[in-house]
Ligand binder design. Structure first.
Ligand code: ATP
Length: 247
């Protein structure tokens, strides 16, 4: 297979993506393949290109060169069709504050053209890990972690093949953060591919099968974070950034 070819079984395939803003290089030859059930954590310092990568996947930006494919669909050429396979969970999930979690889910599902069976909303919220007592409570009372769970329930309702998470654990307390790992692992076990941009090395080790260190718009190192303890993982991350900065 040539480096520019996309594997047929990839949920997400990014090949040699390049993106500049004026003379500022945001992505400089970014490659990534994600298959069903894989959880990939993208780590990098501020300005490394994480947000640009997410925007290319969502089709909000188009690469200057290279290609992004989602389930085989070119996200640059056909962003709407490609995005139909993606669920994006931003750092702060926006919900209608006066509606309950269940009502928010039903409302968004209806907007997406889905008709949930009577018990399906609750089942999806259960799967996403939202406690039953919260299903009927106004979303204005929800914590960040609870809002994320509603977002994940929406992703499950849409049967998204790719879950994109931006800084999912920042600001979560340890219990909510641990629950988040469980929710992501459950989604992966059902065959969803997950890409999370994060700074949280600790949670990466609990959640991801693969971790890529992004620096100056390229993945400069990839490891299985479960093979290292937290200290070794942090050392590897810092050493790799220092090596890249001086090369
Ligand atoms: P952070 O962790 O701070 O969010 P990031 O890894 O998400 O950073 P990006 O936001 O993708 O990084 O930015 C990558 C580079 O591209 C940075 O140098 C940034 O300044 C630049 N950049 C991103 N978007 C724009 C834009 N719209 N106009 C100009 N430069 C941009």
């Amino acid at each position: 297979m040539r480096a520019t070819e996309h594997p047929t079984d990839a949920i997400l395939s990014i090949r040699d993506a390049r993106k500049c803003f004026g003379d500022r290089v945001a992505l400089a030859g970014f490659d990534l393949t994600l298959r069903a059930g894989e959880v990939f954590a993208l780590l990098g310092p501020n300005g490394a290109g994480k947000t640009t990568t997410i925007n290319l996947i969502l089709g909000f930006l188009r690469a200057d060169a290279g290609e992004v494919r989602i389930c085989g669909i070119d996200a640059g050429a056909a962003p709407v069709a490609a995005r139909a396979h993606v669920a994006y969970i931003p750092e702060q999930v926006a919900l209608y504050p006066d509606l309950t979690g269940l009502e928010n889910l039903r409302y968004v599902a209806t907007l997406a053209g889905l008709h949930l069976a009577p018990d399906e909303g609750r089942r999806l919220l259960d799967e996403a890990g939202l406690a039953r007592e919260a299903h009927g409570r106004a979303a204005s009372t929800y914590s960040k972690g609870m809002r994320q769970k509603v977002g994940i329930a929406v992703a499950l309702a849409r049967r998204a093949r790719l879950l994109l998470l931006d800084e999912p654990t920042s600001g979560l307390d340890p219990k909510a953060s641990a629950e988040f790992s469980g929710t992501v692992r459950n989604a992966a076990a059902r065959g969803t591919a997950v890409l999370m941009a994060t700074h949280d090395l600790y949670r990466v080790r609990e959640t991801a099968d693969r971790m890529g260190v992004l620096q100056a718009g390229r993945i400069v190192e990839e490891v299985d974070p479960r093979t290292l303890d937290h200290v070794a993982l942090e050392r590897l991350y810092i050493e790799r950034l220092s090596a890249g900065a001086s090369s």
